[in-house]
Ligand binder design. Structure first.
Ligand SMILES: O=C(O)CCC(=O)C(=O)O
Length: 227
């Protein structure tokens, strides 16, 4: 499906936020199997942020955001098996493959979730691919009257979503606990100035790096922050 909106059963169901695009079956079942075969071998690390260990495990490539030093740092090069996917994601997002200088692979074991957050301001466009199992992908944005606009879609295995424009910068997103093992591959482009600045910094070698942050669990009360 190339539209930004999934079929709506109810008139009142909100459309997806502006700048969000969903594409079912971005990759084939065979491509998914191949990716999973390679992903299994990755040295995932428990997601950890300020002493909290989540049920997610992550690996970063290209660049990573260091939450302690609050800056981009060089990570292991993007491995060859992810390059064809990067090409497909770039086409989907109308970008060049090289624009995606950062790729995060996340493993969600049953019960794992990601809390409400926006991606860090240094990132620009975001493409997320889902593998193996589906999840609810939820959006929220607080209105001036304090109430929340909400939207969501089901991210099916092999599908991709794009977050750009307001869906990326104004809306927070979260994924409630998944029932079955799910992997996601998140490709992020950079705001130009941020990457230029990061490149001036001395690259810190990382075999594979931890990344990401939970900002309040999805079932907790609203707290706004950037992840
Ligand atoms: O797993 C996903 O599709 C979402 C990942 C995400 O929101 C993040 O890593 O910031």
């Amino acid at each position: 499906m190339s539209s930004a909106k999934q079929p709506s059963l109810f008139e009142s169901e909100p459309a997806l936020p502006e700048g969000c695009k969903y594409r079912a079956e971005l990759i084939s079942a065979e491509e998914e199997r191949h990716l999973l075969g390679q992903i299994e071998k990755l040295p995932f690390k428990d997601f950890e942020f300020q002493g909290f260990v989540g049920k997610r495990r992550v690996v970063s490539f290209g660049w990573r955001y260091d939450f302690k030093d609050r800056e981009l740092q060089k990570a292991e090069d993007i491995p060859p098996f992810l390059l064809p996917l990067r090409d497909q994601a770039a086409k989907f997002a109308n970008l060049k493959p090289d624009d995606f200088g950062h790729i995060l692979v996340t493993e969600y074991g049953p019960g794992a979730a990601i809390g409400w957050h926006k991606d860090k301001a240094m990132f620009d466009q975001v493409v997320g691919l889902s593998l193996l199992a589906s999840c609810r992908f939820r959006f929220r944005r607080q209105r001036d009257d304090g109430k929340w606009d909400r939207a969501e879609f089901i991210a099916q295995p092999r599908s991709a979503y794009l977050l750009s424009g307001p869906s990326r910068t104004q809306w927070e997103h979260s994924i409630p606990p998944v029932e079955h093992l799910r992997y996601s591959i998140t490709l992020r482009s950079f705001m130009e100035k941020q990457l230029t600045r990061a490149k001036r910094l001395r690259p810190i070698p990382h075999e594979y790096a931890r990344d990401d942050v939970v900002v309040g669990l999805p079932w907790q009360s609203p707290g706004s922050a950037r992840a």
